[in-house]
Design a binder for this molecule. Sequence first.
Ligand code: ZN
Length: 383
Amino acid sequence: MTIDRDFLFATLADLIRINSINPTLAAGGQGEAEISDYVSRALTAMGLEVRRFEPEPGRISVTGTLRGSGGGKSLMFNAHYDTVGVEGMDDPFSAAVRDGKMFGRGSYDMKGSLAAQMAAMKALVDSSTKLRGDVMFAAVADEEYGSLGTADLIRHVKTDAAIVTEPTAVRICLAHKGYLWIDVETKGRAAHGSRFEQGIDANMRMGRFLAELEKLERDLRARTPHPLVGPPSLHAAMLHGGGGLSTYASSCKLQIERRTVPGETEAQAVGELQQIVDRLMAADPSFQATLRAFFVREPFEVAKDAGIVQALDRALRNALGRAPEYMGDTPWMDAALLQSAGIETVVMGPGGGGAHAAVEWVEMESVVQMASILAEAALDYCA
Ligand SMILES: [Zn+2]
């Protein structure tokens, strides 16, 4: 497939110059309104069927569909266009080019991917190839915070497969971790600091829980690692207990983050923590605690012999003339949401660095490679 490099790099620079900072994450964030207009116009100019979704004011996702003739399998390219904030960056919207890299907030995470998806759609349109299945471009809102965009999108559209184009240095990513957020509260009895016979110290009791939690944490990392994403882990992220120096603490609250690997369930991960509470309560009736998971993001894994993975494998060989590398990654991605909606999903995007850091860039040649691979994958999968 012939990729229009001028279009690709001009589009990438335009996308970087638009402030699309997630407004939930940083003051001054403009959200997706302006960038969604830009993307909608470009997709409309290509002759694609454009739809807009706005689950909350200004939080807009856009799709552009190239309709097939019917009877083929459908494929979605999925990229988020929100970014994190720009604190500490010298010139976050510059789109400056040096040494084959384009710089700026979101260049790597993930406007390079977005531009590659747009160039892939343009290559398919320009080639006038007749596919049987639909090819859908999706640019989604709010991945960096609550995944409002993809969560809403899967209520309105369905494809057979999806390629999430989060950056992977042009490797095929088959798995990522999930996570759970868990509240633990130990209960004490408030009393004047001089009245030890009346007080029950909730902070001291949380100390017992933390000592056991540390043992579990070591145990998790000693387990047989998942071959692509490594072992599970947890950390005691936030702790708050007590109300005054001369008062026995009546309550101590802890928030734990537990990172899960494919194959682990929420029930199992929460059960291991509940066992600690149960043991400590059995050992001392003055130990009282509650535990509750309040947010869950599932881990993601796709089989290497899945149809979309095989199509992407062949597409990469066609586009680059070499065999692909496979990987797993640790951060959670929208891939898990798409997979759970019954859309067979895989992850692959360009190379670069500095996601969420003060200097961010994307390797421009890898963006061209991605555009070419995505177009080839559509030719293969949607034929
Ligand atoms: Zn991202």
